[in-house]
Design a protein around this ligand. Structure first.
Ligand SMILES: [Zn+2]
Length: 125
């Protein structure tokens, strides 16, 4: 089966090679350069909200069976996976920001992951 062609969400050009994969869709390099910093920030915010929603889902799943150790192990694995996933999601944005901002983003990401983990785990752990 033929792979569907990737297209820039802005100019609809066919994407081959380097591009920016954002929560809003894929951008070609030319179009990404024209995206205002404010919009790039919004995409980062969206990625964070997705992470928070994941945390809530884990919390719900966990409430159904708080005594299941395997579930907690699975949860921890999931959190690590989400952390990787969200970093990949943010990668195109990270490339666009200054070094100091990158440090700030990484700290924010760590806080979000810690918060999601804290909420997802049983309170007596
Ligand atoms: Zn484009």
């Amino acid at each position: 089966m033929e792979q569907p062609k990737l297209r820039c969400i802005k100019c609809k050009c066919e994407i081959s090679g380097a591009h920016y994969n954002t929560p809003a869709g894929r951008y070609c390099v030319k179009c990404w350069d024209k995206v205002p910093a404010r919009k790039k920030k919004m995409m980062e915010q969206l990625a964070m909200e997705r992470l928070a929603n994941m945390g809530r889902l884990f919390e719900l799943a966990n409430q159904r069976d708080k005594s299941n150790d395997n579930k907690i192990k699975q949860l921890n694995t999931d959190i690590v996976m989400i952390r990787k996933w969200i970093k990949r999601l943010l990668a195109p944005i990270m490339r666009e920001v200054l070094k100091e901002e990158q440090q700030y983003f990484i700290e924010m990401l760590d806080q979000q992951v810690a918060e999601a983990l804290r909420r997802a785990l049983p309170h007596d752990v």
